[in-house]
Design a protein around this ligand. Structure first.
Ligand code: NAD
Length: 478
């Protein structure tokens, strides 16, 4: 495997050799170094913000048509580099190739297209009485992203910012930064005006926080952990900048007593274990009627036995490794916690998987008879671990589902759609899927409570990037 050495940052329309340190990127598959990126200096961060600031007046005045042409070019170039991006992310994150193609690269590609189409339908001004109300781009946006779906987060944020007339400084995750460098290559090739997009890389508590604190950054759009989100909220408050936070989750999958159990478990397990459980919306708490617990345990065991662990680049693999050694250790620690807390380990556990490469593998694991006061039911594990919680009444199920600091996603299963919708309405969470319905990338995506305060995707995602201005006494256009 060739090593992806990137020693430059992208500032003001050109690549510049970084004067900072080096961050090594490890392959999830083997643990070996697969790339290096700069740990940018404070000076580089300041220059990137200054370049974005300088580019904003002209870029924000361009027409929607003009800006969308760049999104079209960006989408075309992503298509051309589809295979390279897919493999790169599979190696960095551990996602099996098939999922990588559809979700890691396919989804962001479609999101790009959706923003392009939505912008053409967007009303940027409206009359409210005597006032003309204008939507204007907010300014310089710092985009800070996590590693689990790296391209989705980068393109989702960058495309929305560019489409709405904002300029951007991107700081991707230090764990999986390489696809962001490909995006910067593409942006350089398509000739976006200098300073409209800038890329710095590095650690969160230094490079990330310098961006958040910078007085010339108008908005931070952030995807990552709730702990980092809290810190970003505090630091951003000093300069009263807007923050759109997309944070962690501990989502509940409520299976009602009249549900199609086999289907509910099949889809619920697939959801929880996709991307080796490294998904913010993963349905990690399966809530089942106590009377059906044994049946559900059998079904869960049978589903987990179908996974083939291995090299994500091998087409027969259905579950890859975790993204990093730190993530593997964290997940194994939580499995130890679950055992110590007295939950029933019904599948997997601490045994090392055999016949897999030397990377960061963990056996898919399920606990049953989990109580809501256990840490494995309350804390985000972010790995292939399912907690099954029995409940007695429908009200108990809703109470357990809502008894969490998080509120990102959820699901309900019932043969009675009205009953399912009644439960969905009672769940304090940003999304609920009834009977395994599909992800809708035009619907707003984001969290209640400590899962965040922003919305991405669709019209609501674009709205985050605007200020509102009320102009009184403006002439009425005929
Ligand atoms: P993380 O919070 O450790 O890091 C995310 C990003 O924030 C990285 O780029 C990191 O360098 C940066 N960062 C960290 N501390 C910072 C600080 N003080 N100031 C500025 N930047 C800082 O998260 P992670 O481990 O990369 O990702 C996993 C987390 O992301 C999980 O909690 C997951 O649920 C969450 N996530 C949420 C969504 C969503 O849309 N809600 C999507 C994907 C992942």
């Amino acid at each position: 495997m060739s090593i992806h050495d990137r020693d430059e940052v992208y500032i003001g329309g050109s690549w510049r050799r970084s004067a900072g340190g080096v961050i090594e990127v490890e392959s999830a598959i083997t643990g070996a170094v697969m790339g290096r990126v700069p740990d940018s200096t404070p000076h580089e961060v300041a220059d990137a913000v200054a370049a974005a600031r300088a580019a904003f007046p002209a870029w924000s005045q361009t027409t929607v048509d003009h800006r969308l042409q760049y999104l079209t070019l960006l989408a075309k170039k992503v298509d051309e580099r589809n295979d390279e991006l897919t493999r790169l992310i599979s190696c960095e994150v551990g996602t099996p190739l098939r999922v990588s193609t559809a979700v890691q690269v396919g989804l962001p590609r479609r999101v790009l297209e959706s923003y392009r189409d939505l912008m053409y339908r967007f009303e940027l001004q409206e009359r409210i009485g005597d006032s003309l109300v204008l939507r204007e781009p907010i300014g310089v946006v710092a985009a800070i992203t996590a590693w689990n779906y790296p391209l989705q987060q980068v393109l989702g944020k960058v495309a929305a910012a560019l489409a709405t007339g904002c300029t951007v400084v991107l700081k991707p995750s230090e764990v999986a930064p390489l696809s962001a460098f490909v995006v910067a290559d593409i942006i350089d090739e398509i000739g976006l005006p200098p300073g409209v997009f800038n890329l710095v890389s590095g650690r969160g508590d230094t490079v990330g926080e310098e961006l958040v604190a910078h007085p010339d950054v108008d908005m931070v759009t952030f995807t990552g952990s709730t702990a980092a989100g809290r810190r970003i909220g505090e630091v951003a408050a000093r300069t009263v900048k807007r923050v759109a936070l997309e944070l962690g989750g501990k989502s509940a999958n409520i299976i009602l007593d009249d549900a199609d159990l086999a289907q509910a478990v099949k889809v619920g397990v697939a959801n929880c274990f996709t991307n080796t459980g490294q998904t913010c919306t993963a349905l990690t708490r399966m809530l089942v009627p106590r009377t059906q617990l044994t049946q559900v345990e059998d079904l869960v065991r049978a589903r987990l036995a179908t996974y083939t662990l291995g090299d994500p680049l091998d087409p027969s693999t259905t579950m890859g490794p975790l993204a990093s050694a730190a993530q593997r250790d964290r997940v194994r620690d939580y499995i130890r916690v679950g055992i110590a807390e007295g939950a029933d380990l019904i599948y997997g556990g601490l045994d090392e998987p055999t016949d897999v490469p030397t990377g960061f593998f963990v056996t898919p694991t399920a606990f049953s008879n989990v109580r809501q006061d256990m840490r494995i039911a309350r804390e985000e594990i972010f790995g292939p671990v399912l907690s099954i919680l029995p409940y007695d009444t429908e009200d108990d199920a809703v109470e357990i589902a809502n008894d969490t600091e998080y509120g990102l996603a959820g699901a309900v299963w019932s043969a009675d759609h009205d009953r399912a919708l009644r439960i969905a309405r009672r769940m304090r969470t940003g999304a609920v899927d009834i009977n395994g319905s599909y992800f809708n990338m035009l619907a707003p995506f984001g969290g209640y409570k400590q899962s965040g305060n922003g919305r991405e995707l669709g019209l609501y995602g674009l709205l985050e990037f605007y200020e509102l201005k009320s102009v009184q006494g403006a002439p009425v256009e005929s």
